[in-house]
Each structure stands twice: as C-alpha cells, then as structure tokens.
Design a protein. Structure first.
Length: 154
C-alpha cells in the first residue's frame, strides 16, 4: 500500500463537477492530505501500518519551527483520497500500466480500513468518493510531502 502525505493549510475534494452537480465530499483545515493507493497482495495490516504512520509522523513544526510534532499533537485534520494511479507503472511505453493495483473491491475494503483507523484517533477525517472522478484542491504548507510504502516498512 502506498500513500502520499502532503502537509496542507487546507484541502478539499469535490465529486460530480464534470456532470454539473458538484458535491464537496471532504474538506479540512491544517493537517494531512493523504493520497492512498492499494496494491495487489495488500492486507489490513498494511492499512493499519500506514494509518499509524500517518497519525504519528512528526512533520509539523514545534515552537522552534522544527518538524517535531505529529498531526495528533497539533490536533490537525485528515483528508483521505483513494488514488489507484500510485500503482501506475510508467517504465515502458508511453501509457502507464496498472497491473500492480488491487482490484476495486479489495482496494475499497482496505481504503475503508485505513479511513476507520484514522477516524479512531478522534481527529476530523474527510474523504473522497471511491471510484469517482474527483477534483482535489489543496494549499501546500511548506511544501512538505512524504511518500510511504507499507512494503518498505522494515
């Protein structure tokens, strides 16, 4: 499972804009925008690992401006957006291949496990809408961006 964490001052996700009926499904203030991709062979343990890492990664500034606080410490917010393209393989040809991405049913199940783990923290958690075209808006803070991969956890 892969995640891109972007520290944001604010972020939102809207679905249905292309059809003329836009709906904001999630919006947050200061915190993490998490783009989450699920790969073949991923398990609930991968979702739990990434949720724990997301909640406890010390990448928010303390009083001295050093990255020393977690999203939990700053009582930040989280916006989780599914993004299968994190498993796009662009090494050959001109069109990405997605054979390493999980099938939609598994991906949705593990995305929901990830979101549930985030919500268990008590922080505000917004989401996109699985398997929908989404418009994601964000105001990067820093910018600070991290790539996480549950298969590279050891």
């Amino acid at each position: 499972m892969r995640a891109v964490l972007q520290r944001v001052s604010r972020a939102s996700v809207t679905v249905g804009a292309a059809q003329g009926s836009p709906e904001v499904t999630g919006a947050i203030a200061r915190g993490w925008l998490v783009l989450l991709g699920v790969g073949q062979g991923d398990l609930p343990q991968d979702a739990a690992y990434l949720a724990d890492k997301t909640l406890n990664l010390r990448a928010f500034p303390d009083a001295e401006g050093k990255m020393n606080l977690s999203v939990l410490d700053v009582q930040g917010e989280l916006l989780a957006v599914s993004q299968f393209t994190l498993y796009g393989d662009c090494r050959q040809g001109r069109r990405p291949g997605f054979s390493d991405a999980a099938v939609p049913a598994l991906a949705q199940e593990l995305y929901e496990v990830f979101v549930a783990k985030l919500r268990a923290s008590g922080l505000k958690v917004g989401t996109g809408k699985f398997q929908n075209h989404m418009d994601v808006e964000l105001l990067n803070d820093g910018p600070v961006t991290f790539l996480l991969d549950s298969r590279k956890s050891f």
